[in-house]
Design a protein around this ligand. Structure first.
Ligand code: TZP
Ligand code: MG
Length: 209
């Protein structure tokens, strides 16, 4: 998959009434390289409608587009891939359906990271690093210790997620992450483009060290 550093997930409960496409366009203009559509409440048709619009937007800016959970929607709109959790369709089955599209998997402990790598995942999510209000039934924070473990042992790309904010991103990068993913800190920001530019700058500076 294409190299990436800043990954934004939709979270319409934080958009403050702003339009989904406008919010994600601001994030892209600020430097986000991956957009994920994550919608746990809408009907399949509604998710499909949003996915079509985001596919158009991400094509326009040549940004990677990932769909959470809905493998059929991902295929229907020709998304670049899907993101799945530990209780979703197993990686092996998802791979049969998706061929060489991107498959990302959420992991919460090193055993899951190893399994994802061995099974051929394209990237893993590592988290939640800190407390988050953006996900129900979330496991306890895994802390930056888990980032260190993954950075030491796992070769496929990993992205840190969960409660990451401007004020704590430093700890995440210090622990060994080079890619970060956020919902609320990005899509809930007053100045979405501005905060993404700041994160992009921080990530690029870290990459040069
Ligand atoms: N997976 C682990 S934590 C999380 C997801 C989807 C939510 C991240 O949202 P936020 O607002 O960046 O904490
Ligand atoms: Mg899922």
């Amino acid at each position: 998959m294409k190299e990436f550093k800043l990954y934004a997930i939709t979270g319409e409960e934080f958009h403050q009434g702003r339009d989904l496409i406008e919010v994600m366009e601001q994030a892209i203009l600020g430097g986000v390289d991956i957009i994920q559509l994550r919608d746990k409440t809408s009907s399949k048709r509604e998710v499909l409608r949003k996915a079509k619009a985001l596919r158009e937007l991400t094509h326009k800016y040549n940004v990677t587009f990932i769909v959470n959970d809905h493998i059929d929607v991902a295929l229907a709109v020709d998304a670049d891939g899907i993101h799945i959790g530990q209780d979703d369709l197993p990686l092996e089955e998802a791979r049969k359906i998706l061929g060489d599209k991107i498959i990302g998997i959420s992991t919460h402990k090193i055993e899951e990271a190893r399994e994802a790598e061995a099974g051929g995942a394209d990237y893993i999510g590592v988290g939640p690093i800190f407390h988050t209000n953006s996900k129900v039934d979330v496991v306890d924070p895994v802390t930056t210790t888990y980032i260190q473990q993954v950075a030491d042992e796992i070769s496929i790309p990993f992205v840190a997620i969960g409660g990451i904010k401007l004020h704590n991103v430093d700890q995440v990068l210090k622990a060994g992450a080079t890619r970060i993913c956020m919902i609320s800190e990005i899509v809930g920001a007053q100045d979405i483009k501005g905060i993404c530019e700041t994160f992009t700058k921080i990530l690029n500076e870290k990459g040069e060290v």
